[in-house]
Design a binder for this molecule. Structure first.
Ligand SMILES: *Cc1c(COP(=O)(O)O)cnc(C)c1O
Length: 479
């Protein structure tokens, strides 16, 4: 697992639970909790259907079809605001610190509407490709509130960033230093850059590990000295301004100790560079990766207040010990802003009882989507849960596996969940916590068009990304 948003510790997502020994659990009911698996605006109607922000999912399915992603707009806004407020309040000058910025990591899910929501709530946007950059710019997010990441940015991507005055280009390799310098010089401008440092800290789930060397593609090594070399080259380039150091240690992290260790390592490097060169970088970015709950077996994630408080404490202590005044801090949450805000709504098709060793049976409940709209179970063994969305049922539970319609036996949406035994074709199923890395990692595998994204607010939904059609799919085929 080497993706930048892969849960980085083995088993951190709750690897496919086996049915032996433990009965599958029903999905928890929506309860409005910020740390629940459902968005804060999810409820049950009096007659037992699920609703998001007052929009009854039966009506949503009837009007827009399934599968569909439903995202709770006020929930995304509230999570954005919670991060902006928590970091704003924890990193004040009165607290001996120098302020903080929150950048939403757009790769979790980016559309023009979502970029506007998070920006209106005070967040910048992290982009990692021309596509993400284009969406942020179309949403009206100014260049100075955008960051550009990536281990293999194209010249076009770098030129677009320079032309739009992107506030921070996060340099990821030594050759990139020269390329950004040349592109900025050609444009007659000075590009603001950060250096992505690999500190040796990897985190995920409930633990972190620190190693001296990292066998992965991102960043410049602290231990091997390439981060330091990049800094020297940037300082020597007239068309580059070095604004800070950057660290991103992993994803779906529930224990904050890894962030603390990485923060100390990056702050130490900043102090050493200031001693050696006289250049004290004004900023340090501590990355994203805060975990969320996918099922109620996941540990409670830290709240934005708790994260801000812990990081502020570490930054204050490290700077006091090391000497230089504290930098402005930035963070880049993605999953924790949009993940819990979204669910996927499916219609049940085939239901099949499959005999297991030992005489038990498992109900295979097929839905009208699958690994094309949620690749995470197949890619990471990620665990989800699911609940009937169109009605309540008092039927005794069966152990179920929710599967898709694709031509792979690994096309699993939920490995193990208790569903009412009367679940049948035509029922609606909702899978919570799919707001991040669902639509953004969707494919058209088996030439299944990708589902729409519907924003729920004030009792109704509106389409923010329309459903892909067979005409869209056929339109690409010019053979
Ligand atoms: C993926 C990524 C993030 C966001 O990660 P989440 O786990 O979604 O919070 C932040 N920064 C960088 C550099 C990333 O690659």
């Amino acid at each position: 697992m080497s993706s930048d948003n892969a849960p980085t510790a083995a088993g951190s997502t709750g690897e496919a639970p086996s049915t032996s020994g433990r009965a599958a659990a029903r999905a928890p009911e929506p309860d409005g909790a910020f740390t629940g698996v459902w968005s804060t605006g999810a409820t049950r109607t009096d007659d037992g259907a699920l609703a998001v922000a007052g929009a009854d999912l039966r009506a949503v399915a009837a009007e827009h079809g399934t599968p569909a992603y439903v995202v709770d707009e006020q929930d995304v806004r509230a999570r954005s605001r919670a991060f902006a407020t928590a970091f704003g309040e924890a990193f004040t000058t009165e607290a001996g610190l120098a302020g903080a910025d929150v950048y939403y990591a757009g790769k979790a899910f980016l559309s023009v509407a979502v970029a506007r929501w998070v920006h209106e709530e005070g967040l910048g946007i992290d982009a990692s490709t021309a596509g993400e950059l284009a969406v942020a710019l179309r949403a009206g997010v100014p260049g100075e509130a955008i960051g550009l990441h990536g281990n293999n940015k194209s010249d076009d991507e770098l030129r677009t960033a320079v032309d739009h005055g992107v506030g921070r280009i996060v340099v990821d390799s030594l050759p990139e230093v020269e390329r950004v310098a040349a592109i900025a010089a050609e444009a007659g401008s000075v590009a603001q850059v950060m250096v992505r440092v690999t500190t040796g800290v990897h985190a995920g789930g409930h633990e972190f590990i620190a190693t001296a060397h990292e066998d992965q593609k991102f960043g410049l090594s602290l231990a091997a000295g390439t981060a330091r070399k990049a800094v020297d080259e940037i300082l020597a380039a007239d068309s580059l301004e070095l604004v800070g150091l950057h660290s991103h240690i992993g994803s779906q992290i529930l224990d904050l100790a890894g962030f603390e260790a990485a923060a100390r390592a990056v702050l130490r490097l900043r102090a050493e560079i200031a001693d050696a060169t006289g250049h004290l970088m004004p900023e340090v970015d501590l990355g994203g990766g805060y975990g969320i709950r996918y099922t109620d077996e996941d540990a409670l994630p830290p709240t934005p207040d708790q994260i801000a408080e812990r990081l502020a404490t570490v930054v204050r202590a490290a700077c006091a010990e090391l000497g230089p005044r504290p930098p402005r801090i930035s963070i880049e949450p993605g999953r924790s802003v949009v993940g819990p805000a979204g669910l996927t709504l499916y219609t049940v098709g085939t239901v099949k009882d499959v005999a297991l060793d030992g005489g038990a049976t498992r109900a295979y409940v097929s839905v009208d989507g699958g690994m094309s709209d949620n690749i995470r179970p197949a890619l990471y063994g990620a665990a989800y849960t699911a609940a009937l969305a169109n009605r309540r049922s008092a039927a005794p539970d069966v152990t179920a596996r929710v599967v898709g319609k694709h031509c792979e036996s690994g096309d699993i949406v939920v490995h193990d969940v208790a569903l009412p035994g009367d679940v049948h074709a035509g029922d609606l199923l909702a899978v919570p916590a799919t707001g991040a890395y669902g639509r953004s990692m969707a494919s058209t595998y088996n030439l299944v068009p990708r589902p729409p994204v519907l924003a729920a607010s004030d009792g109704s939904v509106r389409v923010i990304v329309r459903r892909e059609t067979l005409e869209d799919v056929l339109g690409l085929d010019v053979g």
